[in-house]
Design a protein around this ligand. Structure first.
Ligand code: SF4
Length: 438
């Protein structure tokens, strides 16, 4: 078969970015080559997100644009969570789409693309609870920092969330497979890995738990930093906290999704903790890991949320001491249990609450960040910044720092003094030469 060229666009979370690397790997094995633009491609694929309605609307709009580039005999396909959620309905909604493939069917893509190229309109949205893509080598851009999927799917049933219906049941890769992948990344130059899973700290395989995984990955030669996202608050066992504290490579930052600060709302969301338990977990992590920072996810305007409930979310921002928060207005997701809840909050009320929430998060972050100016942090120089000539580095606590360094510094570590802050990011100056990679 002559090499065919594939153009792939990715929307949504880090897990989707990692899945796109798998898709490129699966298609590369079958003789496909990546195309840099839709004009150059025989196969056009969009890897989609279903978490919020506006993400889906954006993709529908983008599919309308991409179909203009479809060649005779070419293929236009939707893959990922939105493909899983809508299935064959997508074939009706976007007339020139030929292919709809969910997250558990990527290994079938070469065969399905061939069918679509022959004129069939195909869907594959079956869940395969055994699927880890262990034998599919992801194709990643080279770099010091890499993402490794350790778990797929989710067994929680938060009432607002579509993920259990788009990614299927939770399953964990084995410790040996994850460690082998991290070793191979380290031998290719990676020094930082982020372990990915929907509730990553509930990872469990062959009698090993997440504490074992952190210790094993954290001691791979060449790995200097380990991060993970996203954990579930009450899956932080004492063993996991001890492993974080005792494994030098594990960074002092946790993205800890709270969603709400109100017990009433947390119950309606079917989050399996109270505000008090959430704060206890924050306290346990702070006590064990000096200097640890937290970011979170918060939803404004969940069905039934009163002004008093919302005030508890605002006060949680202060009490937990989040450094950053991804804030969202509740988005109705057809097929999730929350659709059936009564007392949906009017859109204008939810929008106004979101604005207030953003303001409180920003003010709190600014105050905390101002107090950090003057402190010194190990910083990985990650990428060029959009601000001319500067590079962007990241501290172990997950703060971004603008650095005036030459491009040759990319991928290296520096000791950096924070010299100022815009409120969210920092400026910094190097106070020590390049640190040797472990
Ligand atoms: S834990 Fe809840 S919010 Fe997270 S992916 Fe699972 S169902 Fe969704």
């Amino acid at each position: 078969m002559p090499a065919r060229r594939v153009y792939l666009e990715t929307y949504g979370c880090q897990m989707n970015v990692a899945d796109s690397e798998l898709i490129v790997g699966a298609l590369g094995r079958a003789g496909y080559e990546p195309a840099a633009s839709p004009e150059d491609a025989d196969v056009l694929l969009v890897n989609t997100c279903a978490v919020r309605d506006n993400a889906e609307q954006r993709v529908i709009g983008r599919m309308g644009e991409l179909q203009r580039f479809k060649r005779p005999g070419g293929v236009l396909g939707v893959v990922g969570c939105m493909a899983q959620r809508l299935g064959a309905r997508l074939l009706e909604e976007v007339p020139r789409v030929d292919l709809v493939v969910g997250p558990d069917a990527y290994r079938n893509l070469p065969r399905l693309i061939a069918l679509a190229a022959d004129g069939e309109r195909v869907t594959d949205t079956a869940f395969r609870a055994w699927e880890h893509y262990e034998d599919v080598p992801p194709v990643r851009p080279p770099g010091a920092t890499q993402f490794v999927t350790v778990q797929r799917g989710c067994d929680y049933r938060c009432t607002f969330c579509i993920v259990p219906y788009t990614r299927g049941p939770e399953r964990s890769r084995t410790l040996e497979d994850v460690v082998a992948e991290v070793r191979s990344l380290a031998s290719g130059g990676a020094t930082e890995v982020t372990l990915l899973g929907q509730t990553v700290n509930s990872w469990r395989a062959d009698g090993n738990d997440f504490a074992d995984l952190l210790r094993a990955v954290g001691t791979v030669d060449g790995i200097r930093r380990v991060r993970f996202t996203s954990p579930y608050p009450t899956d932080f066992t004492q063993r996991v906290i001890a492993a974080m504290a005792e494994t030098e490579a594990v960074c002092e930052h946790v993205h800890l999704p709270a969603q709400s600060g109100s017990n009433r709302t947390l119950r309606r969301m079917l989050r399996r903790y109270t505000r008090e338990r959430f704060l206890e977990v924050v306290g346990e992590l702070r006590a064990a890991i000096p200097g640890i920072t937290f970011s979170t996810d918060l939803i404004a305007g969940f069905p039934g949320e009163t002004e008093a409930d919302f005030a508890e979310t605002l006060s949680l921002v202060q009490e937990a001491g989040f450094d950053d928060a991804y804030t969202f207005r509740y988005s109705v997701r057809e097929g999730t249990p929350a659709v059936k809840l009564r007392d949906h909050v009017p859109e204008e009320v939810a929008a106004e609450r979101l604005e207030r929430l953003i303001a409180v998060v920003r003010t709190a972050a600014r105050r905390r960040n101002l107090a950090r100016v003057g402190t010194v942090h190990e910083t990985l120089v990650e990428r060029p910044s959009r601000r001319g000539g500067f590079l962007l580095g990241r501290t172990r606590g997950n703060h971004l720092v603008l650095l005036d360094l030459p491009a040759s510094a990319l991928g290296g570590y520096r000791q950096v003094r924070l010299t100022g802050t815009t409120g969210s990011t920092f400026t910094g100056e190097v106070v020590a030469p390049q640190l040797a990679v472990l």
